[in-house]
Design a protein around this ligand. Sequence first.
Ligand code: UD1
Ligand code: UDP
Length: 382
Amino acid sequence: MKKKVLIVCGTRPEAIKMAPVINGLKGQKSGFNTIVCVTAQHRHMLDQVLSIFRISPDYDLNIMKENQDLFDITEKSLKGLKGVLETVRPDVILVQGDTTTAFIAGLAAFYLKIPIGHVEAGLRTYNKQSPFPEEMNRHLLSVLADYHFAPTEWSRSNLLKEGIPEDRVWVTGNTVIDALMQVARGQRPAVRKRFFVESFKRKYNLELTTQNSKLILVTGHRRENFGEGFENICNALRRIAEQRKDVVIVYPVHLNPNVQRPVKRILGRVENVRLIEPLGYEEFVFLMSRSFLILTDSGGIQEEAPSLGKPVLVMRSTTERPEGIRAGVVKLVGTKERDIVDGTFELLEDSKAYMKMSGSANPYGDGKASEKIARILFSVLQ
Ligand code: UD1
Ligand code: UDP
């Protein structure tokens, strides 16, 4: 009898990181019955990922509304998931990371006594306000979950310190590296590269040369940065662009209105800043590979960029991913205007500092995390 695995995800990064798991489980010869439910906490940004990885959800709760708050997501996904879990009655559910979708799916499964597997378990800042609410979401998930798939030894050690039994924690690597490698492999042929270069030129009037000494890629969306943090980030970007006319800042702007408003107000008319829509994953990976450096507050990008040998300045005061910092390829610059500008200028002007940060490092896995998760699940569900 095939074991039923229900995978729940809601946002762009969960879909990227779960895509290799879903496709891996579906392809397993041993045979799982793999069912996918999306809350659609994100709509457009989720659909972009599902279409790239050719995933058609079996259930779609379609909960997103404009400028939703945490109560909206919690209430709608909890109620919707009750119905799905009662209908499907899976042997296990799998959730990923630290979003409200992931936490609520874990809670719903616990209420129905369904075992929970947590992918990307054990990341911590131990500061419950930062990132908010993700730090609390992942703590709560660790308490709820039965199977913990830690991406690194460090995340495993956090779980063990917190009393999670050793035989319930596996170090698998991060599935984001599986997704990244899959997409990057598809971009190797010269004809694919030409396609992306031409499409960036046509759509965004952006010249992507192989030596991209002048392209700074930016993303940002963290809730704890709304308001002052975002104003500072945008003011810093404006100063960098105004002082370095030779640089192009490319910023695919997250669709959250709390991000869109300050970004468009402060950066909308700066000549060498291109504000563009969120990119499909393939385009985004190509842009990362052609950029000089990346400024971000994203979690996933901190994991991907080291594999591509791109220095990352993280516009946050904490990170739950210290491995990139230890490897010397990621640096925390915080959200003060001055620190962001200084950190960027150092990399633009000091080639030694740049070289030190641009060696490629791979602390987050070898691209086989989803295979390992499938094998482990198969053995624990027997
Ligand atoms: C969510 C997650 C965060 C994750 C991030 C990835 C929570 C609490 N937050 O934050 O952990 O890092 O996703 O991006 O789980 N919107 C659209 N279309 C979309 C997506 C978003 O219009 O496709 C707009 C909507 O107005 C929506 C708003 O963005 O209400 C906020 O979305 P939400 O998921 O609540 O927050 P994020 O900041 O995206
Ligand atoms: N990403 C993307 N298009 C974009 C910006 C980011 O596909 O325009 C990808 C990026 O490569 C990474 C993920 O989205 O895998 C990060 O998502 P986000 O920053 O929204 O969330 P976080 O990682 O902070 O949870």
